[in-house]
Ligand binder design. Structure first.
Ligand code: SAM
Length: 206
């Protein structure tokens, strides 16, 4: 439960939020929110029966009362909520969950991949990315997006590299590109060089 990523996610929650923790798995985020009284209410959900049982065992272990539901995304949630956390999944799964007509006003999203596609589609679906944080955990950067329902059209560079304004993250993105640059065909090489220059530009702007 001592995860920096989960702590940052929890820091995006406020007292008036009624939270649905979608894909709760171990249930640690829900437990953190409940134990520390960080929101008005928290519910947990899972698509996997086994994962739901793990969460329910942990709720008992940590002595918290949290209602939990077996559900694919928002499909079978019998309670009202105004905030959803969708964390630890891939962008395609997250976007599928968000196709539901009953999505909440506020979202906290932590995808594992495809950030360009994620940011672009969130804007398309009528969500504004208010803040974005890049969190380093186990040598991997996790992106945490706080979104509300509002208009936004991020620029191409913002869609590509995000709005975290985190210099260390931009340096990491440059190093990731440098690692593969010698192994890719010429056109891809040119694209990577261009991206490295854009990232350097973002660092220098700071
Ligand atoms: C890697 S765990 C992430 C756990 C936790 N949210 C976190 O960020 O640490 C991903 C969980 O999402 C669940 N999941 C995947 N697709 C889902 C869906 N459509 N609806 C609900 N849960 C889903 C999986 O069963 C799995 O337990």
């Amino acid at each position: 439960m001592n995860s920096e990523r989960l702590k940052i996610i929890a820091s995006k929650i406020s007292q008036k939020d009624i939270v649905l923790d979608v894909g709760t798995d171990h249930g640690y985020l829900s437990i953190m929110l409940k134990k520390n009284k960080l929101c008005k209410e928290v519910y947990a959900s899972e698509i996997s029966k086994k994962a739901l049982e793990t969460a329910q065992n942990n709720f008992r272990k940590y002595h918290v009362q949290i209602k939990s539901f077996l559900s694919d995304g928002f499909k079978d949630i019998p309670v009202s909520f105004n905030t959803a956390v969708i964390a630890g999944m891939g962008t395609h799964t997250i976007l599928n969950i968000l196709k539901d007509p009953h999505t909440p006003e506020k979202l906290i999203i932590a995808s594992n991949n495809n950030y360009y596609l994620l940011r672009k589609n969130l804007n398309k679906m009528g969500y504004k990315i208010v803040t974005e944080e890049a969190v380093l955990e186990n040598n991997h950067y996790y992106i945490i997006l706080l979104c509300i329902r509002a208009n936004q059209k991020l620029k191409k560079k913002e869609l590509l590299y995000g709005i975290s304004n985190n210099e260390e993250y931009y340096k990491y993105l440059i190093e990731e590109r440098k690692k593969i640059i010698s192994q890719v065909p010429l056109l891809k090489k040119i694209k990577l060089v261009k991206e490295c220059l854009e990232l350097k530009g973002l660092i220098e702007k700071k």
